[in-house]
Every structure is written in C-alpha cells, then in structure tokens.
Design a protein around this ligand. Structure first.
Ligand SMILES: [Zn+2]
Length: 307
C-alpha cells in the first residue's frame, strides 16, 4: 500500500507523520514550532520532506485558508500565518507529488477514511470552535466547488436584518450564533432579554464579560439562565445543520472542534431527522482529534497521486 507524509501546518506548530491510503498512522508523530517567516516555513517543510523522502510516495499539506484548484498554493492571507505565506508554491518543495488542501477539507477526509464517517459515502463535517468550518466528501470524493472554496458554512447568513456583526466584518453569519463565539454572543444578548438572568449565578457580571466556559459550567450547575442560553445556541446550530442536511443529503454529519464535547449528537440527530426532508442522517462526534489535518492531507495526497 502507498504511503504519504501528512503535514499539518498550524499557527503554532507543524505536526507530521506517515499515513497509508486507509488513513492509518504508520510512524511516530512529530511536531515542530511553526516558524515566524514564510521563508523559514518553506525551509522547515523541505527539511521534513527530505528526512522522510525514501519512505513515502506523496506529500499532503493541511493548511488554514483557501487553496487553489491545482492544490499547490494557499490563496488567502491567514491571520495565524506570516506575510508571504500565500506566495509559497508548495509544489516546488519536492519531486514527489505535493498536495495542499484546506484544513477543514483534510479533517473531513480523515473522518471519512478512518474516523466517525468510516463506512459512509457522503460525509459532511462541521468543525465548531471559535468559528465554524466545514468540509464534505460526496460519494467518496472531496466536494471542492468551482474555485475550491465550497463548504464555507460558517458564513451562511441566517438573518437578513443585520442583528449581529460577525468577526469577519459581515452580519449574521451562522458562526456568529452557533460557534464558541456564538455561545458567548447568545449569553450577551440573553442577559439583556431573559428574566432568568436576574437570578443567575452570573447576575453580577456584565453581559459582555460572560464567557463560553461560564455558560457550559452554569449548565452543569443547572442555572436556569445558562440552560436557556445554551438551548438557544443549540437551536442556532440545529437551524444551520438541518438546512445543510436538506442541501447535501449526507449519510453522516461529523461534528468536531473544541465545542463538540458539549453537544448531544443523538438529540441533534433526532431533531434533524424529524425536520429535514431527507431521511436517515446520522450525526456523530469526530474521532481523529488533533491528527485529523495530518491524516486527511496524507489520504488526499495519495488519492490525487493515483489519479
Ligand atoms: Zn462572518
């Protein structure tokens, strides 16, 4: 079976290891801090590839940002990576096949091949952290869209009357309601409108100072205000997911990211199947964790090099 070096380029560290076509990890995983300049990132990647050159058939790179259709460059500027990063032509790193893909797409490929989406043909992955990311494998293939930027689900607009400004500068993106930041926003709005706030354990806090952690902690303590805010947040999540289910008709939705441990996927699955027009969609929690980008990049590089 062919092997690829999977490399996940994060804002703080570069994680890498060797995987096979099934998404199984074959080597010890290594990491190194992400250098501060684009030139140093390039030379670090070159060195990592050279060290593994004799053991691999292809190299997959997982990165934040939009990737070009040829899978050789990251087009957009990414806030956690240095200036000049989007000038790098990754295909020049080695004479082995190099394949760059957006991190959310890589994570989806990892879950499809060897995670919660294993055994399903059409897998929609939604990553809920500070923002919301998305990726989809449709009938066994990565769904990329005309320019490679499909599944930017965090930017789904859920209201038209400019209720809440998103961190991206636009208004009413789904992620400003249903991400970790969204939960904080729900708390801020809820503190001003829900009568339960007056008797909450957070009643002496300023609405804007209530954190995501305050709410999840308050839910565990059965605080009426926190439960109400949390349920509102889940409702926002549901609204996006049920719409995406009707659009893409996935067999399985995989939820990942920092917020996913707070989500009752069985309850979400029940609600989605009650209210979507398509039927029998599974909802699961991701299994590949921090290795998702690295595994998915490797799997996609092997699949691309066999075409
Ligand atoms: Zn936005």
């Amino acid at each position: 079976m062919k092997k690829a070096l999977g490399i996940d380029i994060g804002g703080t560290k570069i994680l890498y290891g060797i995987v096979n076509e099934k998404g199984e990890i074959l080597s010890e995983l290594k990491k190194t801090p992400t250098p501060k300049t684009a030139d140093e990132i390039y030379s670090t990647l070159k060195k990592i590839i050279e060290e593994n050159y004799n053991d691999i058939d292809a190299v997959g790179l997982s990165s934040a940002g939009a990737v070009n259709l040829e899978n050789t460059r990251v087009l957009s500027s990414t806030p956690n990576l240095p200036d000049g990063y989007n000038q790098i032509d990754f295909s020049t790193l080695s004479d082995k096949k190099i394949y760059v893909e957006n991190d959310a797409n890589c994570a989806c490929a990892a879950e499809y091949q060897n995670g919660a989406g294993k055994g399903f043909r059409t897998v929609l992955m939604i990553t809920i952290g500070t923002g919301i990311g998305g990726g989809m494998i449709s009938e066994g293939k990565l769904f990329r869209g005309s320019t490679g930027n499909a599944l930017e689900v965090g930017s789904l607009k859920i209201f038209a009357d400019k209720r809440q400004k998103c961190t991206c500068g636009r208004y009413d993106c789904w992620e400003s309601y249903a991400s970790g930041t969204g939960l904080k926003n729900c708390a801020k709005t809820g503190a001003q409108t829900y009568p339960e706030f007056k008797t909450s354990i957070y009643k002496d806090k300023l609405p804007q100072d209530i954190t995501t952690y305050d709410i999840t902690d308050g839910v565990e303590k059965n605080d009426d205000f926190c439960v109400k805010v949390f349920n509102q947040w889940i409702d926002y999540m549901f609204v996006g997911l049920v719409s995406l289910t009707d659009i893409f008709n996935p067999d399985c939705i995989v939820i990942s990211g920092g917020m996913c441990s707070f989500i009752d996927v069985e309850d979400l699955e029940k609600r989605i199947n009650e209210e979507s027009v398509v039927s029998n969609t599974k909802v699961k929690t991701a299994l590949t964790g921090n290795n998702a980008g690295m595994i998915g990049a490797g799997v996609l590089a092997l699949s691309a090099s066999s075409r």
